[in-house]
Design a protein around this ligand. Structure first.
Ligand code: BGC
Length: 617
């Protein structure tokens, strides 16, 4: 490999002399720590990532190291000059002001920030992170896939992998290189407001799909259209008592190990780059500070070599430096945490309350991902990717995912497939013609939107495109078309995200049953002896025993995302149903009385439909 022994010797000298030689080659404004040297002598490829990481950490001051561990928003948390003065390591975008006009504008904004990072002494590039959890859902006009519960219903790792790869491309196209996805919770209480973010109540199915998701997102990480993925929220997020977001998980370690850890093990084996710790506590300890699970289990026993990142404002909420000692590497220092974190960690290191080795370990994990991403060579987003956002081939895969996610729970009287020649089809319900309502939370905005958004089609659009007869939209079941050949009633939940979707005392508005308004749509047409096909749009199984009985056909459509017209392809017989339940389906609200919820795992409560149930027509 070393063609010339002199080059080898020179290179070794560079490595040993470290700062002096390397810095002398660094040109201000150019990104590359040592790339000029590598380039000049053509020995870049001879250096392993681990060697580069170690060399770089050896050169860093404590402030620079703490900076790498810091993640901020591009607004609010920082003022001009903070990126370089505080040696920030990564930037997050969630809710909040748009970074710019169109995807090119987003890229331009992140280029400015990147240049600030590159202008620092060591020129370590930033990572840009985003909650792209079902497509690049923070960008209006991106391809939006069904939420993970729908992807779980497909039981199809290939479509999950393809969706993740497309998401990665659209994430990069908007200027990011890191996504906070997939959520690999195993939800076992539908009262939890984040059930839809996870694939399934089944550990085995979640394992299969997380592997596909990591492969799709990360692929060959050094390419310009792949991103670092994040498995979240470690661990027990979906298993809290009463399904409370950030509550207490009373599972014992054996249950945690058998039911919740396997998907993390698979994600680690697939070389996932990041894992986010959870808001909940377990065995009396906040997960952010749970050394036994983070340091001992995840890092040491499972061999995770990526970054452990906090959740929102996790530093000040969960014990400050205790969380660093427990194994957290990146701190989401938002909402006032930036200076507190940087100052208090520095003091703790000086006082030896946190060892410098722990800090070095954190920084190495961060740099490892930056090198794997190829950021030192290529710190900027690729402008040619912008053209791929929301492209037809991306949307075609999302439409396939929609079709495969539909679960037929009841079918009688041959109402399906609907003949295209049917004379009169009546469509009821505001969810039938509203892309925001059909997409759920984390779509365009954190809590979702309740109107159409760019590039999306609705369920009604699809029906109108396929039907050759008359299609009437009776949005609120006010007109009552007694002559309808078939009535398609679309009902369900309104968008919510995180704790806003929790059901229960002191929590948000949602219920696990249909609203009386939506019940009335079904009653109205049932009283007129119509043939009813009910489509349920929801982020979790709802108690719908009565409505299932009232309908000739009943379809669980989850939260399909931007390609709502894909549903019509199955309704009109172009494709049959293939989706299978990713969760057991509850029979009555009594199932939810216990603090553990309808724990179908132990067969103590019989569901209306078992996990895996499906019909075809
Ligand atoms: C959520 C995470 C999310 C983070 C950043 C938190 O409130 O729990 O899932 O990644 O915010 O937006």
């Amino acid at each position: 490999m070393f063609k010339d022994v002199n080059i080898l010797l020179f290179f070794l000298r560079c490595h040993l002399l470290g700062i002096a030689i390397l810095l002398s080659f660094q040109v201000k404004g150019q990104s590359k720590l040592s790339i000029p040297i590598y380039d000049k002598f053509g020995i870049d490829s001879l250096f392993s990532i681990e060697d580069k990481v170690n060399a770089l950490v050896d050169m860093m001051t404590l402030e620079e190291k703490i900076g790498q561990m810091t993640q901020v928003r591009h607004f609010d948390d920082i003022t001009d000059g903070d990126i370089d003065k505080k040696f920030i390591g990564s930037v997050i975008h969630t809710q909040g002001p748009s970074p710019g006009e169109g995807a090119a504008g987003w890229q331009a904004k992140f280029r400015i920030l990147q240049n600030q990072a590159l202008s620092t002494r060591l020129g370590i590039p930033l990572m840009f992170a985003v909650d792209a959890i079902h497509g690049q859902n923070t960008y209006n006009g991106a391809t939006i896939f069904p939420h993970n519960i729908g992807m779980g219903a497909t039981h199809n790792p290939s479509v999950v992998e393809a969706a993740a790869a497309i998401t990665a491309t659209e994430v990069q196209a908007t200027g990011f290189n890191w996504t906070f996805s997939p959520c690999i919770a195993i939800p076992y209480n539908e009262k939890w407001g984040r059930v839809y973010e996870a694939y399934s109540e089944s550990t085995d199915l979640t394992c299969e799909l997380v592997k596909a998701s990591v492969r799709g997102h990360q692929g060959d990480l050094s390419k310009n259209n792949t991103v670092v993925a994040t498995a979240k929220h470690f661990i027990g997020d979906g298993s809290t008592d009463y399904g409370r977001e950030g509550g207490f998980t009373s599972l014992n370690m054996k249950e945690v190990s058998e039911r919740l850890l396997p998907p993390y093990r698979d994600a680690v084996n697939e070389k996932i780059g990041a894992i986010m710790v959870s808001f909940n506590s377990l065995s009396g300890t906040a997960m952010h500070a749970h050394k036994e699970l983070i340091m001992d289990t995840l890092k040491n026993a499972m061999g995770f070599d990526g970054m452990v990142v906090t959740d929102w404002k996790g530093y000040s909420r969960f014990g400050k430096n205790d969380i660093i000692n427990a194994g957290v590497d990146v701190v989401m220092a938002v909402d006032g945490d930036l200076d507190i974190f940087q100052k208090e960690l520095k003091v703790a290191v000086i006082r030896q309350e946190v060892s410098e080795e722990r800090v070095d370990d954190a920084v190495k994990r961060i740099l490892r991902q930056k090198f794997r991403l190829g950021l030192f060579e290529n710190p900027f987003p690729d402008s040619s990717l912008v053209a791929h956002i929301g492209s037809q081939d991306h949307r075609d895969i999302a439409r396939q995912a929609v079709r495969e996610s539909l679960v037929l729970l009841k079918h009688e009287n041959n109402v399906l497939p609907i003949k295209k020649e049917t004379k009169k089809i009546v469509v009821v319900g505001e969810h039938a013609d509203n892309a925001g309502l059909q997409s759920g939370g984390w779509t365009v905005a954190w809590q979702g939107v309740q109107e159409n958004y760019s590039g999306a089609t609705t369920i009604l659009d699809g029906i109108k495109a396929k039907a050759k007869g008359e299609v009437i939209y009776d949005i609120n079941a006010h007109e009552i078309h007694t002559d309808a050949d078939v009535v398609i009633i679309v009902v369900g939940e309104t968008p919510y995200a995180e704790f806003m979707g929790d059901v229960g005392e002191g929590r948000g508005a949602p219920k696990l049953t249909l609203s009386s308004k939506h019940q009335k749509y079904i009653d109205t047409y049932k009283n007129n002896n119509a043939k009813i096909i009910t489509i349920l749009i929801s982020g979790r199984p709802l108690v719908t025993t009565k409505q299932i009985n009232q309908s000739d056909a009943f379809i669980a459509a989850w939260l399909p995302g931007s390609e709502g017209d894909g549903i019509a392809e199955v309704l009109f017989g172009e494709y049959n149903f293939t989706g299978k339940l990713p969760h057991s389906w509850p029979k009555s609200v009594d199932c939810f009385k216990d603090k553990f919820g309808p724990n179908f795992w132990d067969d103590s409560i019989k569901p209306l439909f078992e996990f895996g149930f499906r019909l075809k027509y």
